[in-house]
Design a protein around this ligand. Structure first.
Ligand SMILES: NCc1[nH]cc(CCC(=O)O)c1CC(=O)O
Length: 312
């Protein structure tokens, strides 16, 4: 009997990080199955094309994923590999997030050629980050710094630092680790100082809900602990109706059979920072996310988020 070779086409963005993630999933699929061929289908998304506008002002959720999703709906691709951080909390009809792979280091990284840490920066130092979540937390820790927008993929951002346009920049540690530049991480920023974005450091795989063949191939890539953590974090964002370009942090840890979830909503100018946390059994991960969102809303998160959306 001849074996049928199964084909999996991966829709991916063309940035170095997106290609790394797609190649990682390709290698994993080939590792677990000897009857599969995997192809990359690279494409550009709105988020890659509009590079000169701060992300918060472009608006629209899913800036980096829409084109990939259309390719799957059209049958031009079978799966899309995403940074969980960039994946909207809702999916188009017919598609779902089927797999969450093991998480890389979720922390933010401080990167500088001249200074050892955030604390070591002199007054007025220029720090680059386009994330409102990072901006408000850095501003709270160091109100004296000059925080400026920084767009572009990981290599572009590093080049702007190396040019001397900034004294330091803040990036996700996971991106630098995956692109084999861990030595560029000057210091890790602990969650107590900068609570990561929901899903930061985790890679997720989206596919058509009726594609049983592909779903079976993806099964061995699933990482249970990461799934629980990301489910709790995303549930909080979903209840807050926050996309990824909002000053919201959500970070879960799993210990034995318990989830510990911390959340943060900040005013961009640092004038108000709401923090809270919840803990409970892993089976209630999503409920805990909703519960935490409601605690934050009761503290006034709705007012802060309404201001962010109005000013954007
Ligand atoms: N928003 C862009 C983005 N999406 C995912 C990562 C890093 C890798 C990850 O979080 O999985 C980055 C870069 C960054 O935030 O520095």
């Amino acid at each position: 009997m001849t074996q049928t070779i199964k084909r999996v086409r991966i829709a991916t963005r063309k940035s170095a990080l997106a290609l790394w993630q797609a190649e990682f999933v390709k290698a994993q699929l080939e590792h677990f199955h000897d009857d599969v061929t995997v192809e990359l289908v690279p494409m550009s998304t709105q988020g890659d094309i509009i590079l000169d506008t701060p992300l918060a002002k472009i608006g629209g959720k899913g800036l980096f994923v829409k084109e990939l999703e259309q390719a799957m709906l059209d049958g031009r691709a079978d799966i899309a590999v995403h940074s969980m951080k960039d994946v909207p909390v809702e999916f188009p009809e017919g598609l779902a997030l089927h797999t969450i792979c093991e998480r890389e280091d979720p922390r933010d990284a401080f990167v500088s050629n001249n200074f050892k840490s955030l604390d070591a920066l002199p007054q007025g130092a220029i720090v680059g980050t386009s994330s409102l979540r990072r901006q408000c937390q850095i501003r709270e820790a160091r109100p004296d710094l000059d925080i400026r927008d920084l767009r572009g993929n990981v290599n572009t951002r590093l080049a702007k630092l190396d040019d001397g346009q900034y004294d330091a920049i803040i990036l996700a540690a996971a991106g630098l680790i995956r692109l084999e530049m861990p030595e560029r991480i000057t210091a890790f920023i602990e969650p107590e100082v900068s609570l990561p974005a929901n899903g930061q450091g985790a890679v997720g795989i989206e596919c058509r809900i009726d594609d049983e063949v592909t779903k079976a191939l993806l099964a061995p890539l699933e990482h249970t602990e990461t799934r629980i953590r990301v489910n709790a974090e995303r549930a909080m964002n979903r209840r807050l109706e926050g996309g990824c370009q909002v000053p919201i942090g959500a970070f879960a840890l799993v210990n034995d059979d318990h989830v510990y979830l911390r959340g943060l909503v900040g005013a961009v100018d640092g004038s108000q920072m709401l923090r809270d946390d919840v803990t409970g059994p892993v089976a209630d991960a999503e409920k805990l996310g909703i519960e935490l969102a409601e605690k934050l809303l009761a503290q006034g998160a709705d007012k802060i988020l309404a201001d962010v959306y109005r000013d954007a």
